[in-house]
Ligand binder design. Sequence first.
Ligand SMILES: NC(=O)c1ccc[n+]([C@@H]2O[C@H](COP(=O)([O-])OP(=O)(O)OC[C@H]3O[C@@H](n4cnc5c(N)ncnc54)[C@H](O)[C@@H]3O)[C@@H](O)[C@H]2O)c1
Length: 277
Amino acid sequence: MTIQSIPLFDLTGRVAVITGGGGMLGQQHAAALAAFGAIPVFVDIQIDQPHLAGDVLRQRFHADSIAIRCDITQEESVKSMVSQVIGHFGAVDILINNAANNPKIESAPTVEFSRFEHFSLSQWDADLAVGIKGAFLCSRECGTHMAQRGGGVILNIASDLGVIAPDQRIYRQEGVADDQQPVKPVTYSVVKTALLGLTRYVATYWADRNVRCNALSPGGVYSGQPDEFVRRLSNLIPLQRMARIDEYQGAVVFLCSDASSYMTGANLVVDGGRSCW
Ligand SMILES: NC(=O)c1ccc[n+]([C@@H]2O[C@H](COP(=O)([O-])OP(=O)(O)OC[C@H]3O[C@@H](n4cnc5c(N)ncnc54)[C@H](O)[C@@H]3O)[C@@H](O)[C@H]2O)c1
């Protein structure tokens, strides 16, 4: 039997809700899905940005693309967003839980707040609210709709830091006392690991309803971080470099399309090999 190249990855007309769609990787996920025919719906708490203007979205991504303001930490906001999408398009076929708080520890001058000893409960609550409560609410609302209509795909954007611990040495800054050195916040590890649990739960819960749920665990994307940080991180990666911004597009299309039809509850790690060292 020959592989039918077009139907395997074809997403024509599929409606794809992308949380954090206005952010750096959300735009990339949208571009990848739209290239295969999907209609990206940009869901973000900040949509008053020029790159999310309706005419820009329609020109860059898909003629039917829209952006919806939604705070995914708020139940009513998520319910309203999902009913707007269903009201507008008739369905949600794909959900990408992509939004997360991801402070740029490597570029900040002082980030003492990030240290475990001082990590505040309010920051803990805020990070878990976006990263895991938001993913739960969006999965519940979109997934229930998908289960009722007989299928759909949920993709959770985790991280290599969901499968390995952060190596705090790469964030060290010259001239800063040990007890004030920046570190990757505990919430990042907790949120990303929790997403893998949510992935397995949802995958098995709705397996009989043809709702697949997988995770993608990307490694760090190069976006102008300081040279020393890039050098230290690259040394931890067998491919010896950070990811280019578009290097998760293939995995996103694979996981959201019928090309991955026999895959659910899995975590696809795309990290230049970092987690196997
Ligand atoms: N950038 C990387 O190197 C990298 C590496 C591995 C994993 N990831 C993961 O990929 C995902 C996207 O990362 P990014 O770098 O594009 O982040 P980003 O900060 O550029 O984008 C996040 C988006 O989420 C939105 N958002 C925040 N709170 C929200 C809320 N309450 N409701 C709705 N939207 C909200 C923000 O407005 C922003 O547009 C995150 O889950 C991140 O952890 C990123």
